[in-house]
Design a protein around this ligand. Structure first.
Ligand code: ZN
Length: 511
C-alpha cells in the first residue's frame, strides 16, 4: 500500500475546503464581494490548527487571475490553473513572500521587507507578505512594520499568523482584520478522518478514530499524522482501537474505569494490581495519570454539566461506565478526587519512581472517598485517615461537627479546639457550615477566628453563624452528662447497691 502523507494529500486547496473554519470563510467572502479587502489579515490559533495553510489559500484567492488569466478581482474559489495559482501551489510565486518571524526578528529584516514592498507585483495582482509567528518580532521591528501598515501601498497585502495574540502591539492589531481559527472539535476531526478513510478504502474502528481525535487535541494536522501512523502499524488489517492505544502509549480505558470502580468500592488491593498489569504491558505512569484525571473530569461533567458532555471522543461503552461512576459517587468526592489527582500529577512527574508515586496517589484517592462518604470512619477512632493541616496536598472538609473539632485539634489549633469543646452550643452543622450559640468565655471575634482557621486548614470557604441559642449542651457538657448518666446507671445496679450496703464508705467513679 502506498500513499502520500494525508496531511499533504488532503490539504485544503480553497476556502471552502477549510474544515471547521466557516466564520473565516464567510467574512472573507463578504470582503471579496464588497471589494473591501483588508490590507492586513491576522490569523490566530493554536499550533497545528492550519494557519499557514489558510494563509496560502487566502494568498491564492487574492491573486487568482482565472483560467483565462484576465480576472480582475480576487476569487473565493481560485482556479488552480492560472500562472499565479500554479506559482503558489509550487511555492514559486514571485509576489508571495513567506517569512518566519522567529528567525527574522530584527528591525533590519523589516526594513528590507518594507523596501521590497515598494515594487509592484510581477506575477499576480498583489504583493503578499505572509509573516508566520509574527509575535516574535522585536519592538523596533514592529515599529518598522507599523509604518508600512499605516500607509500601505495599494498593491501590498499582509497575512500574519500567530499563536500568541497578546504579544502583538495594539497599534498593529487595530490595523488588521483578525480571525481566530477555531480549534477543531473531536467530532469534526472524526468526520474528516472518516471521509479520508472512505476515499482511501481503509476500514477503522470507531473507537480508534475517537482515540486519535482526542490525542490530536484540536489539531487536524496532528490527527492526520496519527492516522497515517496507525494505518502503517495496522498493515492490511483494520485500524483497531487496540493498535491506536499501543501506538500512543495509552492504557485501555476499560482498565482505567475498573481501577476507579475498584478503588471507590474499597478494593484497593485489586485496583493496584490492575494498575501494575498496565505497567507490565508498557503503560507509562504519567500518561496513565493524565488519562485518569481526564476520566474524572469527564465523570464530573457527566454528573453536573451534561451539556459539556456531548463529546464524540468517548464511546458508548465509556459513557455507560462513566454514568456508573457518576451515580456511585457524590460530587464532593469526585471534585476532591480530581483535585488530589491533579496535585499528585506533579509528584508523579517529579518522582524518581513515577509508578510508585501513582500507586500512592490512588491509595490516597480511596481514603478521600472514605472520609467524605463515611464520616463515622473518620471521626470515631480511625484517626489515621484524619487529615492534618501539615499535609499540603489535602485537608478534606469534615462532614460532622465532631470531625470539625478533631480537625482543629490535629491542625494544632488548641485554643479554638478548647472553645469548640467548652463554649460552642451546636445548633446545626453541615459540611463547611456551622450554626451555634456561644458561651460567655468565647472571645468576641470567635466566629472570625474559627472561620479563618478552618479556611486556612481546608483551603475552602466556610460559614460560621452565631445565634442566640444555647439550648444544646457543649461537647464538654455532653460528655459530663454522659458520665453522670453512667454513674447513675451504675449506682442503680443491684450488685453495686449490695456492695454499697456492705461498704458504706465506698465511692463510685467513672473514668
Ligand atoms: Zn488562479
Amino acid at each position: 500500500m502506498s500513499y502520500r502523507v494525508f496531511a499533504r494529500k488532503y490539504r485544503p486547496q480553497n476556502l471552502e475546503q477549510l474544515v471547521g473554519q466557516e466564520n473565516l470563510v464567510k467574512s472573507l467572502r463578504n470582503a471579496f464581494d464588497s471589494k473591501s479587502i483588508p490590507h492586513a489579515i491576522l490569523l490566530h490559533g493554536i499550533r497545528g490548527v492550519g494557519k499557514t495553510t489558510t494563509a496560502r489559500i487566502i494568498a491564492k484567492s487574492l491573486n487568482c487571475l482565472g483560467a483565462n488569466g484576465k480576472l480582475t478581482q480576487p476569487q473565493v474559489i481560485p482556479c488552480d490553473v492560472c500562472l499565479s495559482c500554479q506559482g503558489i501551489l509550487t511555492d514559486r510565486h514571485m509576489d508571495v513572500i513567506e517569512i518566519d518571524a522567529a528567525s527574522h526578528t530584527g528591525v533590519d529584516d523589516m526594513r528590507e521587507l518594507t523596501e521590497s514592498s515598494r515594487y509592484k507585483a510581477i506575477q499576480g495582482r498583489y504583493k503578499i507578505f505572509i509573516i508566520d509567528e509574527v509575535h516574535m518580532l522585536s519592538k523596533s521591528a514592529f515599529n518598522a512594520l507599523l509604518k508600512t501598515l499605516e500607509e500601505p501601498p495599494p498593491h501590498v497585502k499582509f497575512i500574519f499568523a500567530t499563536t500568541e495574540i497578546k504579544k502583538i502591539p495594539d497599534t498593529i492589531l487595530s490595523r488588521c482584520m483578525r480571525f481566530d481559527l477555531a480549534t477543531m472539535q473531536p467530532i469534526r476531526i472524526i468526520q474528516h478522518l472518516q471521509d479520508i478513510l472512505a476515499q482511501e478504502n481503509i476500514t477503522a474502528e470507531a473507537d480508534a478514530l475517537a482515540i486519535i481525535a482526542r490525542a490530536a487535541d484540536g489539531s487536524m494536522r496532528d490527527a492526520l499524522s496519527l492516522l497515517n501512523q496507525a494505518i502503517m502499524l495496522s498493515g492490511s488489517s483494520v485500524v483497531s482501537a487496540a493498535i491506536t492505544q499501543t501506538m500512543l502509549g495509552l492504557s485501555n480505558r476499560d482498565e482505567l474505569f475498573s481501577i476507579f470502580e475498584l478503588l471507590f468500592h474499597g478494593n484497593i488491593d485489586q485496583a493496584i494490581k490492575t494498575l501494575h498489569t498496565i505497567y507490565e504491558n508498557g503503560g507509562d505512569a504519567l500518561l496513565i495519570a493524565q488519562d485518569l484525571i481526564h476520566i474524572l473530569y469527564w465523570v464530573i461533567c457527566l454528573k453536573n454539566t451534561p451539556s459539556l458532555v456531548n463529546d464524540a471522543a468517548w464511546s458508548e461503552a465509556d459513557r455507560e461506565k462513566g454514568k456508573k461512576l457518576a451515580n456511585l459517587l457524590p460530587t464532593n468526592v469526585l471534585l476532591q478526587s480530581w483535585d488530589l489527582m491533579q496535585k499528585s500529577y506533579d509528584d508523579i512527574k517529579n518522582s524518581f519512581q513515577p509508578a510508585q508515586a501513582l500507586d500512592i496517589a490512588l491509595m490516597r484517592l480511596a481514603f478521600v472517598k472514605d472520609i467524605l462518604v463515611n464520616p463515622s470512619s473518620s471521626s470515631s477512632g480511625n484517626r489515621n485517615t484524619q487529615i492534618s493541616s501539615s499535609s499540603s496536598t489535602m485537608a478534606s472538609m469534615p462532614v460532622t461537627f465532631e470531625a470539625m473539632a478533631d480537625l482543629l485539634l490535629y491542625a494544632k489549633e488548641g485554643l479554638l479546639h478548647g472553645h469548640i469543646l467548652h463554649d460552642v452550643h451546636l445548633v446545626s452543622y453541615t459540611t463547611g457550615h456551622l450554626v451555634c450559640g456561644l458561651g460567655i468565655r468565647a472571645p468576641k471575634n470567635f466566629s472570625k477566628l474559627l472561620k479563618d482557621a478552618c479556611e486556612r486548614i481546608t483551603k475552602q470557604l466556610w460559614k460560621i453563624e452565631i445565634v442566640q441559642d444555647n439550648s444544646n449542651p457543649t461537647i464538654a457538657q455532653a460528655k459530663a452528662i454522659e458520665k453522670e448518666t453512667l454513674k447513675q446507671q451504675a449506682l442503680d445496679h443491684p450488685l453495686i447497691k449490695e456492695i454499697l450496703h456492705v461498704f458504706p464508705d465506698a465511692k463510685v467513679t467513672i473514668n
